[in-house]
Ligand binder design. Structure first.
Ligand SMILES: NC(=O)c1ccc[n+]([C@@H]2O[C@H](COP(=O)([O-])OP(=O)(O)OC[C@H]3O[C@@H](n4cnc5c(N)ncnc54)[C@H](OP(=O)(O)O)[C@@H]3O)[C@@H](O)[C@H]2O)c1
Length: 330
């Protein structure tokens, strides 16, 4: 499918999305970023291609939409929907669909119910579709386990765990999980919002529940640092003994007093990489992968779903609107 696309946020993820968009034969008609090191440069140079693309990265979003209207914006600037809102509103105002890696947009009704309602109405009135997705949240710990329930007649509990070697991830990821920080500094920065670590535990739980048509009575999430027992280093950070070498976190969805959904994300330097999904019920099955590369996976999810988003009915969507295959909770 031929698509005109605009890259909004040319960080590591936006850059990979741009590369994959070209591989899929999509056209890139604009690129927006605020980083002075990227603004004014050809997108091909910014994302490390050997050829120029004839698209100059601009910090003036209004201008990027003008020359040729894109069919869809590939949005990758922030984890927080309130921060992303003006960027999304601008795309919608220009009658352009949006697919975004913004974690809190993957299930926006949890943290930002009012913004979600506003966005849905605004998107509908402008005839465009908005979707937040990615690898996690968006696929591995929500959509995938929901699909895997299809061959079950009864489900009592779903546990989904993703473990990654944080040392193999991009610098911005290693920074946001606080590698090399003193544990106290980590906790302070996390509580002040200066560090995000992983965003989206509750979103994954609620997204999965909405796919299964299950009403949860309570959702909780928590994450904490994992402390290095010996020195380690990554390409970007030195990790002294007693400092942070990763994070472990979880999200739980309860029905009554019982855990029905449990998701865990472990991002630790040197950890084994895998996803494991356990479905207890009739029958009980455990699925295990050899690990999914998150950055590549995120960019692939975005470009693969782009044509579906363009064709989808207008409004604010979640993966539950696009993927409909699971067991029936009765
Ligand atoms: N759902 C998922 O599975 C998933 C997976 C991977 C990543 N993500 C999320 O996707 C986002 C992008 O990831 P990343 O690693 O590429 O992040 P990043 O390193 O922070 O890059 C974001 C880029 O967008 C720019 N930017 C920030 N605010 C902007 C604005 N208002 N207008 C234009 N450009 C702006 C940044 O410029 P400055 O550097 O100057 O701020 C930077 O160049 C992050 O929020 C990340 O958490 C989600």
């Amino acid at each position: 499918m031929s698509l005109r696309t605009l890259i909004y946020g040319v960080g590591p993820i936006g850059a990979l999305i741009a590369k994959y968009a070209l591989k899929k034969g999509y056209e890139i008609v604009g690129a927006i970023d605020i980083d002075p090191n990227k603004v004014g440069k050809d997108l091909g140079d910014v994302i490390g291609l050997e050829e120029k693309l004839g698209v100059i990265v601009t910090s003036k979003p209004e201008e990027a939409f003008k020359p040729r209207r894109p069919d869809i914006v590939f949005h990758a600037t922030t984890s927080w929907l309130d921060k992303a809102l003006p960027q999304l509103v601008l795309a919608i105002k220009n009658r352009v669909n949006v697919i975004s890696t913004c974690e809190t947009l993957s299930y926006p009704y949890y943290r930002y119910p009012h913004i979600a309602e506003l966005l849905d109405n605004y998107a509908k009135s402008h005839g465009v579709t908005v979707l937040g997705t990615g690898i996690n949240p968006g696929f591995l710990l929500d959509t995938l386990p929901a699909i895997l329930t299809l061959p079950h007649i009864r489900v009592d509990k779903i546990t989904a765990i993703r473990s990654i070697d944080a040392g193999k991830r991009r610098k911005s990821f290693q920074k946001k999980i606080g590698l090399g920080l003193e544990p106290n500094t980590f906790m302070e920065k996390l509580s002040r919002g200066e560090l995000t670590a992983h965003v989206g535990y509750a979103e994954s739980v609620l997204l999965m529940a909405s796919m299964l048509n299950v009403e949860l009575t309570k959702v909780e999430e928590k994450q904490e640092p994992v402390i290095a027992e010996e020195e380690a280093r990554t390409e970007y950070f030195e990790i002294k003994q007693g400092t942070v070498k990763g994070i472990k976190g979880y999200g739980i969805g309860y029905i009554g007093g019982k855990e029905f959904i449990r998701i865990e994300f472990h991002a630790i330097v040197g950890a084994n990489e895998y996803e494991e999904i356990r479905i207890e019920g009739e029958p009980s099955i455990t699925w295990r992968s050899t690990g999914t590369q998150g950055d590549m996976g995120t960019a692939a999810v975005i470009v693969n779903l782009a044509p579906r988003v363009v064709e989808e009915e207008p409004g604010l969507k979640t993966m539950a609107d696009l993927v409909k295959a699971s067991y029936i909770h009765a």
